[in-house]
Design a protein around this ligand. Structure first.
Ligand code: ASP
Length: 332
């Protein structure tokens, strides 16, 4: 058990973790190997200890984060702000791009170059897949180049969510190896399951049960990737038999904003509802996770069940984002 960020040196004497984040962009989970993941989880755990002890600390004093969100967000946006503030930094929050020059037609390239002239790091959420890479390219040879963190790019990826999900699995279960995870809901459009499944594939002996309506199945490229990494995979449209066996049930909402046809969304939105009766069928040790927001797929009555980990999962988001900000800005 760690005793805090600065009180115990687990880093080989130079005080730095081996996460390799300093000065890097965080664009995709594909950039991480297992050793780096372990280091990020360790650092995130130390951030949790640090917050419990001190509330806030000052390693990022004088640093500025530009938080640029072109899509709605509650948890990702506010946990990045809280993370920066708990590390002593400050934030330029742009949550309503309609009140920025984006509304006048400014390009993503010009917007991120502008923010890079003022800030030390950018967190970007955008509706288009690949937008974070586009923004990173715009900064690559720029005189005020700063790192960029992908906070969700359309149906593409959500790497920081995947890291906080991984932390939650580790903290709730004690280990990740040997996991049987059931991913449930909109596996086609949900970027969190795309990123998390790729990270889990780096661990040993991982089994996936992918539960979705036929039209919302996990993309075949992701399934192929999991196969290449020797993961066990079962695809089904029913929760029958899944609850009894899964160590983690990772539930997701049907992604309304990705549907062209509102009637198709209405038909699918409550394909699976987790309530007390459902939880009775699950094992006593199953961990129930959800990236939130939930829009009816988990009943409120489940919240007091100790297996419901989604509020702890949210809290972990702040710790992981503290670790990423401090790591990328070269302070740990
Ligand atoms: N908050 C998560 C995301 O931004 C999950 C969701 O929106 O359903 O992808």
């Amino acid at each position: 058990m760690s005793t805090g960020l600065w009180s115990e040196d687990k880093t080989g004497g130079n005080g730095m973790y081996k996460h390799g984040l300093a000065g890097k962009n965080i664009l995709s989970v594909a950039q991480f190997n297992r050793e780096q993941l372990e280091e990020i989880l360790r650092l995130s755990h130390d951030m949790a200890t640090t917050v419990a002890r001190f509330g806030a600390v000052q390693p990022l004093h004088g640093k500025v984060l530009a938080n640029l969100f072109y899509e709605p967000s509650t948890r990702t946006s506010s946990s990045f702000i809280a993370a920066m503030q708990r590390l002593g930094g400050t934030v330029i929050p742009i949550n309503n791009v309609q009140f920025s020059s984006v509304a006048k037609g400014e390009s993503l390239r010009d917007t991120v170059r502008t923010l890079a002239a003022y800030a030390d790091i950018i967190v970007l959420r955008h509706p288009e897949t690949g937008a974070a890479n586009t923004a990173a390219s715009a900064l690559e040879r720029y005189e005020f180049r700063i790192p960029i963190i992908n906070a969700g790019d359309g149906i593409g990826e959500h790497p920081t969510q995947a890291l906080l999900d991984l932390m939650t699995i580790k903290e709730e279960r004690g280990s990740v190896d040997g996991l049987h995870i059931a991913m449930v809901g909109d596996l086609k459009n949900g970027r969190t399951v795309h990123s998390l499944s790729q990270l889990l594939a780096l661990y040993e002996d991982i089994h996936f049960t992918l539960v979705s309506p036929e039209s919302l199945r996990m993309p075949s490229a992701t399934v192929a990737f999991l196969n290449e990494h020797n993961c066990g995979i079962k695809e089904t449209d029913s929760l029958d038999g899944v609850l009894e066996e899964a160590g983690v049930l990772y539930d997701t909402r049907v992604q309304k904003e990705r549907f062209g046809d509102p009637a198709a969304y209405e038909e699918l939105k409550l394909s699976y509802v987790i309530d007390q009766a459902t939880m009775k069928r699950a094992s006593d040790t199953m961990v129930l996770m959800h990236p939130f927001p939930r829009v009816g797929e988990i009943a409120y009555e489940v919240d007091d069940d100790p297996r419901a980990a989604y509020f702890r999962q949210m809290r972990n988001g702040m710790y992981v984002r503290m670790a990423l900000l401090a790591g990328v800005l070269g302070k740990v």
